[in-house]
Design a protein around this ligand. Structure first.
Ligand code: NAD
Length: 495
């Protein structure tokens, strides 16, 4: 199914547009979701010609590795011919008048029926200005066509700033017209959480406080801050990873089953799940949330965060967060969700571990202290994609001994290559008006409220950084967090 639309990309000369948006739009064109009735206006400050813009779009496709093995060599050029460049300063009202004129012309030329998607690939401080001018200068379609706004993180630095940002766009766009990208929601293994939970009687019937002991979410990176120090110094791991990506995953794992699998029902259940996460006092936040910053590795071959280029040598920015959240959603009431993310950890891996409760009765025990090994379901998100189910089975011929075995399913390289890039899927969803994989304002705001308490608690004390060595799995306190509850992290790679 294809859809007619005019895309207006603010920040058309930027990194996001070049690396992600142009290749994603091309893939949609190649697959037929966009046919000849679409157009793109790219706007930014640079004075580019349309011809130059076409060259940039074609080279973006080439750099994304999407120009090889194609039978139709003309396709990128044909695709790029739908692109129009308009030099534009977001503060200048006259430019919106010119933009409206061009938009109306293209609407007519390509018969776009007034369908408009405004993609703000720019810093959020511009969102309010752009949204206001789009409305005032009548760029929003009035007829039967749709107006959709796509925006990118960061959605604020805390709840008050997120609300201010949201208020600044909500005068022009209604919530149902706003598509907030959290690119984790565009990843197929994250989308499969709902399928695994609600598409299998086996897991659906076990997904409750009677059977789940705890849930663990790890987003670990082996790289350091690399060239993102400037941004990272103003953000840190909590704002970069926890408030958005991890909290979205938490909501998908703890939500109740929706009656119907559609974006409205899913959204309601996710909001409810986030509202049912226990709100901590500052004292509890200090106890249940651990922050860390990497130092050099033991052999001193890797720099500590404070010595990286572009960071403050006394920086108190966290590069690691671990925490315990407690859900009070009815089915999982009281079940702890341990979360963890960090840079320069032992191994790159995003994974979710569902740790099931042990059977109290071990009929195979040789003595009373012998416990069964815990059953664990692991969802591998990246770089591996798939599942591992750990369970006990009889081994050996002598006596009746049980040992854990791993039932593994992994997507092959070929299967992985066939999965569309997150941006391709998300832009296709926005084009089709499907909001399932976008973050609703209530989700974003509730996640901030939960995290703001932690931030406020942390801000009361100066952290003793650095507190973990590059190549380790973070500060000792992150291990202790689980040990205090008589548990341990399932994912515990050795360097
Ligand atoms: P960038 O600096 O590469 O691009 C910014 C764009 O905004 C450029 O096209 C620039 O010309 C334009 N611009 C800046 N000021 C302007 C003005 N006054 N008037 C008109 N145009 C102006 O940034 P980016 O990396 O493309 O990121 C854009 C946004 O997307 C940021 O908010 C970023 O946090 C977010 N984001 C980026 C990525 C990524 O992969 N690059 C990923 C997630 C989120």
């Amino acid at each position: 199914m294809n859809q007619k639309a005019l895309f207006i990309i603010f920040g058309g000369t930027g990194d996001l547009a070049y690396r992600k948006l142009y290749p994603a739009l091309f893939n949609l064109y190649e697959k037929g979701y966009l046919k000849e009735d679409f157009a793109v206006i790219g706007t930014a400050r640079r004075p580019w010609s349309n011809d130059h813009y076409h060259e940039v779009v074609m080279s973006a496709i080439e750099d994304a590795g999407r120009d090889s093995g194609r039978t139709n060599d003309d396709l990128p050029r044909k695709f790029a011919s739908h692109f129009y460049y308009q030099s534009h300063n977001v503060d200048d009202v006259d430019h919106y008048v010119a933009l409206r004129k061009l938009a109306d012309e293209l609407d007519e030329k390509y018969d776009l029926q007034g369908n408009r998607i405004f993609y703000l690939a720019m810093a959020p401080r511009f969102f309010g200005t752009i949204a206001g001018h789009l409305k005032d200068q009548a760029l929003l379609t009035k007829g039967n066509g749709f107006n959709r706004l796509i925006i990118e993180k960061p959605f604020g630095r805390d709840y008050p700033s997120a609300k201010e940002l949201n208020d600044s766009i909500s005068g022009s766009f209604k919530e149902e017209q706003i598509f907030r990208i959290d690119h984790y929601l565009g990843k197929e293994p994250i989308q499969s959480i709902a399928g695994l939970r609600f598409g299998n009687a086996l897991f659906n019937s076990l997904w409750n406080k009677e059977h789940i002991d705890n849930i663990q979410i790890t987003l670990s990176e082996s790289l350091g801050v690399e060239e993102r120090a400037g941004y990272y110094e103003t953000a840190g791991a909590m704002r970069d990873m926890v408030q958005n990506h991890i909290m979205q995953i938490v909501s998908l794992l703890t939500m109740e089953r929706p009656d119907v699998f559609d974006s409205e029902h899913l959204r309601d259940k996710k909001i409810e799940a986030l509202e049912n996460i226990q709100m901590y006092t500052k004292e509890e936040a200090k106890k249940y949330f651990i922050r860390g910053q990497y130092g050099a590795d033991e052999a001193n071959t890797q720099l500590g965060y404070r010595d990286e280029e572009g960071t403050d040598n006394q920086s108190t920015v966290e590069t690691f967060v671990a925490g315990k959240l407690i859900t009070h959603n009815p089915s999982l009431d009281g079940v702890p969700v341990y979360i963890r993310t960090g840079k320069r950890l032992t191994k790159k891996s995003t994974q979710i571990n569902i740790v099931f409760k042990n059977d109290d009765q071990n009929i195979f025990a040789k003595d009373a202290s012998e416990k069964l090994k815990t059953n664990v379901l692991t969802m591998h998100i990246e770089p591996d994609q798939g599942f591992t189910l750990e369970f006990n089975t009889k081994t050996g011929n002598q006596g009746y001994n049980l040992s854990p075995v791993h039932l593994r399913y992994r997507k092959t390289a070929t299967e992985k290559a066939q999965i569309p890039d997150a941006y391709e899927g998300l832009i296709r969803d926005a084009l089709m008006g499907n909001k399932t994989n976008f973050a609703h304002w209530h989700e974003v705001s509730q996640a901030w409220k939960i995290m703001d308490v932690v931030r406020e608690a942390w801000d009361e004390e100066e952290p003793a950084f650095p507190n973990y060595a590059s190549g380790s799995m973070g500060p000792e306190a992150a291990m202790q967090l689980l040990a205090d509850d008589g548990r341990k992290w399932v994912f515990n790679p050795r360097s």
